[in-house]
Every structure is written in C-alpha cells, then in structure tokens.
Design a protein around this ligand. Structure first.
Ligand code: FAD
Length: 458
C-alpha cells in the first residue's frame, strides 16, 4: 500500500478520487474529505482525524447504494478495502469476509467446498452493505433474508473501540447492526453462514414483449404455490444496443424470466430440474424464447444469471414492496411498463418474495423478514439531463399506477433514491436501535450514515 492510500485526502488530493468512487455514476459523492482504509488501526486513525477536524463520519464500500445516501458535506468518508482473503470454515459452514469484499469473492471461496453464500444478483455488490441492510438473495425464498445468515460482526464503533459482536458478545449491538440502518460503526469484517449447494438450475429466458400479458399471467399463477427452492424474477427490459448485450435483445422491449432452483445435494438434482422444467414449460408453451440461458450448472454461475452490469453506470430508479397483484395488477404493470407504454426504463422487475423471506427469525436482528409478495424495482440510464428527466417521470408514473398494491414498506437494500418514501422497521425496533446508537455513538458522529427509512416506523 502506498502512503497516500490511507492518508485522509481533501478534494483534488491523491487518494480522494479512489476513496469516493461509486458504482452509480448518477450519484457522485462529494465529502469534505475521504480516506481508504484496510486495517483496524487505519479505521481508528480516520475516526481520530474526523473528531479532530469536527467532521461527521460516513462509510461505504462500492457505492452501489450511493443514490440513497444523505449528502456528505462536512463529512469524512471512509472507504473500506479488504485486508486479507475471504476465509471459509467448511465444517462450521461459515465465511469470514473482510469489509470491502464483493460477493463474487465469497461465492468463489465457498464453491470450493460445495457451499453457497446468500448473495444477490450481482458479483460486485459489497458484502457488508448488502448483509447489514437485509439483502434479498437469489436463494432468498429458501434461505431467508440474507442478514439472518450473519454470525458475527467486527467493527470499530465511533468511540474508537474495536468490538467483535455476535449472539453471545454484545447481543444488543449485534441485534441493532442486523437491519437497524447503520450509523453504528465502521465494520472491518463480517462472518456469514453458508449452505450446501451441490448444483443449481439457473438462467434467464427472453421473449418479445408482445408476449408479456400471457407470460405475466402464467408467472403470477405459478408464484401462487411456487416451491421455496425456486426464486424467480419477471422483468421487462429495454436494452440499448451496446457491446456485451446480445443483439437478440436489443430490437425492442423484451420480457424475461430469470431465476435459480437450488439442489443442496446431487441426489436432489432431478427434483430441481423437474421444478425448473415445470416453470419453463409453461412459458415455452406460449412461444419459443429469443434467448434462453437456463441450464444445470454450479452455484458459482448464479452471480451471472441476472446479467447485472459489473462496471459503473449512471442509473436512476425506484422501488416499492407490493402485495399480491392479481389480474388487475398484472394489467396495470404492463400498461405502464410493458410493450406500447413508451417506458424509457432499461429494467422494471417483480421479484417473488414469500417463502423463507416472509418468516421472522427468532434469533434475527432489527430486520429479519419482509412482509410483501413482490419487490418491485425499476431503473433507467441517466446519461444526460433529458434522459434523467424521462426516467424520473416514468418512475413517478409507475409508482402512482402501482399505488393500489404498494405496501408502504421498502426493502432497505433496494431503495433507489434518498427522497423515496422508506419504511421497514416497527416503532419498537426504531426505538431499540436508537438506544444502541446513543450508547455506541453518544456524540452522534455517524448519525448522517443512517438512511431516512431506518428511522421511519410502520
Ligand atoms: C447492480 C445491482 C444489483 C443489486 N442486486 C441486489 C440484490 O439482488 N438484492 C439486494 O438485496 N440488493 C441488491 N442491490 C442493492 C445492494 O445490495 C445495496 O445497494 C447495498 O447496500 C450495497 O452495498 P455496498 O456495500 O456495495 O454499497 P455501498 O454504497 O458502498 O454501501 C451502502 C451502505 O452500507 C453501509 N456500509 C458499507 N460498507 C460498510 C462498512 N465497512 N461498515 C459499515 N457500514 C458499511 C453504509 O451505511 C453504506 O452507506 C443491487 C444493487 C445494484 C446496483
């Protein structure tokens, strides 16, 4: 590491650009100062510096959530980078993950032992931000909200103290860290539970959007009693003709069925394949897909299924947790987002929740389940002012069209905008987290790191 890498940098100084780099180019962050840290000592030094300069403390890893972060004026932004490898304990079925690591690294390390991690759709999302905000995994209907897999957290609290917290070491702080909304310290490592995953059936199949009404109806029917081992997402996409995107998908809007069927053991593979065939058969009976990547493969392939961009992009979007849609909901969804809607959004999707995602974990933290049928997310590219305005306007149109199904709650990881209505904790949970915050951060140095939804009640 060079000297400048962990030296606090002001705008324009060496290290500032690297420490403030974010995945979402539409949401640049401009803190008063920034630093990249790799060790507990460097975190402590950064906290001392912030205190000395009278700055608030903020923390990030990849900036995947930059669009929902509060402004960073008068703040020191700490960027955590991994110090050491992801270490898997195959007997305990856990991974110790240094803060700053991305999910792709954990997936690879776990796969060597026939294990899988509760990751989402992208290999480049940061493990800490995803887990501590809840995390809707691609295995979620089977494994539950990803935060319930956290076994221990190592962090430096705003008072400069290094702590390892778990169910038996400061259980109250451990409870608040898991879904409480942050602002409790700078995490330096996290221990996460893994699960057996011999094989998966996974992929994405695409049809012209003219088939949207029939396919969405069939998917919604199927979700009514879908097996928990299957997590799927229904998408409408308007993909730009750029390198890396298959040409079959860029001639106009397409609808997509993507997902994962887990087989924990080799013996279970026939069941997994049968489940996938049942679902896909209903879709293929409507029309042959223009592109179909569904296949039996290893769990490490799952991070590629959703085809998320891995390089930074400028995105604006929105998110709501929805109740069951029915025929009216399907019609409304496609009227505002499907063929003929004029939607400029690159992606609008319904991710099926339920299953283990809906079950509160008695050993969980502040957020341990999601009470909704679908997670709706939508987003478009904001390459200039005109495209940004068009995306914002269409997101607003979709939000108001879907209002009858809006639960009024959100999944914290999927919140796309600072000003979006956000709620995910009960009143009692908000008060309990606030008590912990007052204990570990009595001066409120990290209070601006708490997104607005974490202090709203439902
Ligand atoms: C392409 C893409 C795909 C996605 N797929 C999914 C998905 O499948 N499921 C899902 O649930 N979400 C998904 N998300 C959302 C993603 O999980 C959230 O944006 C998550 O918060 C990102 O975490 P991060 O650390 O990468 O982001 P960052 O913006 O770096 O961090 C987000 C927040 O986490 C906290 N944080 C980060 N690092 C630390 C640390 N070291 N110590 C303390 N706090 C820290 C901070 O409060 C920070 O503001 C996706 C996002 C994108 C852009």
């Amino acid at each position: 590491m060079t000297e400048t890498e962990h030296a606090v940098a002001l705008p324009g100084e060496p290290g500032y650009a690297a420490a403030t780099a974010v995945f979402n180019l539409a949401a640049p962050v401009r803190p008063a100062a920034a630093v990249t840290v790799r060790t507990v000592e460097q975190v402590r030094a950064a906290l001392r510096h912030a205190r000395h300069e009278g700055r608030w403390v903020r923390v990030h890893t990849t900036g995947h959530a930059a669009s929902s972060a509060r402004p960073m004026d008068d703040s020191l932004l700490i960027r955590t980078e991994p110090d050491g490898p992801v270490v898997v304990d195959p007997v305990a079925r856990t991974a110790r993950v240094p803060a700053g690591a991305r999910w792709g690294e954990v997936v690879e390390a776990a796969a060597v032992h026939g294990l899988a991690a509760p990751h989402g759709t992208s290999p480049t999302v940061g493990v800490v931000g995803f887990l501590l905000r809840g995390g809707i995994s691609f295995y979620g209907r089977r494994a539950g909200l990803a935060v319930n897999s956290v076994r221990a957290v190592e962090l430096v609290t705003p008072d400069g103290e290094f702590r390892r917290v778990s169910a038996s070491e400061d259980p109250e702080l451990f409870w608040a860290l898991r879904g409480g909304g942050g602002g409790l310290g700078v995490v330096t490592a996290i221990e996460v539970g893994l699960f057996p995953a011999a094989r998966v059936v996974t992929g994405a199949a695409f049809w012209p959007a003219s088939h949207g009404p029939e396919l969405l109806t069939r998917w919604l029917d199927w979700t009514g009693d879908a097996p928990e081992a299957v997590t799927t997402v229904f998408r409408v996409m308007n993909l730009p003709a750029v390198p890396g995107i298959p040409p079959e998908l860029t001639g106009g809007p397409v609808v997509c069925l993507a997902g994962v069927v887990l087989s924990p053991t080799e013996d279970g593979l026939a069941t997994a394949e049968r489940r996938a065939a049942d679902l896909l058969g209903r879709f293929r009976a409507v029309a042959g897909p223009v592109l179909d990547t569904w296949c039996t493969t290893t769990p490490s392939a799952v991070v590629g299924t959703h085809m998320d961009p891995t390089d930074p992009v400028p995105v604006l979007g929105d998110h709501q947790l929805l109740s069951a849609l029915g025929a009216d909901g399907a019609e409304t969804f496609l009227k505002v987002l499907g063929e003929g809607s004029g939607s400029p959004l690159v992606n609008a999707e319904l991710r099926q929740l339920g299953g283990a995602l809906a079950v509160p974990d008695p050993n969980g933290g502040a957020l341990s389940h999601l009470d909704a049928a679908f997670a709706f997310t939508a987003g478009g590219l904001a390459v200039d002012q005109a495209s940004a305005a068009a995306v914002r306007a269409h997101c607003a149109e979709a939000r108001s069209a879907l209002a009858p199904w809006d639960t009024g709650r959100t999944a914290p990881t999927l919140v796309e905008r600072l000003e979006q209505p956000q709620r995910h904790l009960s009143a009692a949970a908000v008060e309990r987290v606030d008590r912990v915050r007052r204990r570990v951060d009595p001066s409120g140095w990290m209070r601006h790191d708490v997104p607005p939804g974490a202090s709203a009640r439902y």
